[in-house]
Write a protein that binds this ligand. Structure first.
Ligand SMILES: [Zn+2]
Length: 297
């Protein structure tokens, strides 16, 4: 992140109770428990109607100098009708951690799977064992993947990935990881690769393990200028797709599975802090002491 003079209220993933609404708001009301996707959107423009809310003509991303983030006592949500999704449960519901993931990480893992064209019977590789990668495992299984190879090296995260439905683990990196996935896939590679890191190395690995005709879904924010391996992806007809997930478009589809307990993405949260604990929460995640920290009121 870039340092700023004034500081920024961080945090773009939230569930919360509506305290008050503006005079133009029609569909959410005081007292509703709502999911706040990480981007706001009007729900009405050409791109929102196509289900690509992160490209909303009137939208934007929470947590910048103009629109504050949600690690705060209250958050102002622009375009509330288009942005917020009212939930059919109370704020004391045991499913709250999983419902919170619909604001970003579960929707993002799902987007990676959709972009990578996951489907029944396919072999899927997930690059990255962070919260998004783990949700990607859930999403891949949910969409019918037969094999899910998780690529990561943190034992506790790998264990959770297995519980979420990963069938194989590759802990090597770089060229060795590519070799290992080839061995596991009869030399062919994976139909679908979910790139959930954003580094150049991870992206090179992702495009290198896709089989001919396969697809890579990128959801890691790229820390690189150009997509690597232009020639191999060209000669192998590999599709490279993805971007910021339009999580608002996916809530309606994912919500029943959360409410009925078929998926439990909230298990990615392994620590809860209050607002005063936020700096230590970031430290713990940075030092890989915590996978993902939830901030309580
Ligand atoms: Zn829009």
């Amino acid at each position: 992140m870039e340092p700023t003079e004034a500081g920024v209220v961080m945090g773009h993933e939230a569930v919360g109770v509506v305290e008050s609404v503006g005079s133009d708001v029609r569909t959410v009301k005081r007292g509703d428990l709502v999911v706040m996707p990480f981007a706001w959107s009007d729900g009405a423009c050409e791109f929102c109607r196509e289900g690509l809310h992160t490209s909303c003509l009137h939208g934007g991303f929470f947590g910048n100098l103009q629109v504050a983030g949600a690690q705060a006592e209250v958050v102002r949500v622009p375009l509330a009708d288009g942005t917020l999704y009212a939930l059919p449960v109370g704020s004391d519901d045991a499913l709250l951690p999983s419902l919170l993931t619909l604001s970003d990480v579960m929707g993002t893992g799902h987007h990676a799977a959709v972009a990578a064209r996951v489907g029944p019977g396919k072999t899927v590789a997930v690059v990255g064992d962070g919260a998004v990668g783990l949700c990607g495992v859930i999403a891949a299984r949910r969409l019918g993947a037969e094999r899910v190879i998780i690529m990561g090296r943190h034992p506790d995260r790998i264990a959770l990935a297995r519980e979420f439905g990963a069938t194989d683990v590759v802990s090597e990196r770089g060229e060795e990881a590519v070799e290992r996935v080839r061995e596991l896939t009869g030399g062919l590679g994976a139909h679908s690769v979910l790139e959930c890191v954003g580094s150049e190395q991870a992206t090179l690995t992702a495009v290198s393990i896709a089989r001919p005709g396969g697809a890579v879904g990128r959801v890691g924010v790229p820390h690189y200028e150009t997509i690597p391996a232009a020639q191999p992806t060209f000669y192998n007809n590999v599709t490279v797709s993805g971007g910021p997930a339009p999580v608002r478009a996916y809530i309606g589809e994912l919500l029943p599975d959360v409410l009925e307990g078929r998926i439990e993405p909230g298990r990615v949260f392994d620590r809860v802090v209050g607002l005063e604990g936020v700096p230590d929460g970031y430290r713990a995640m940075n030092e890989r002491e915590a996978l993902k920290v939830m901030v309580g009121p």
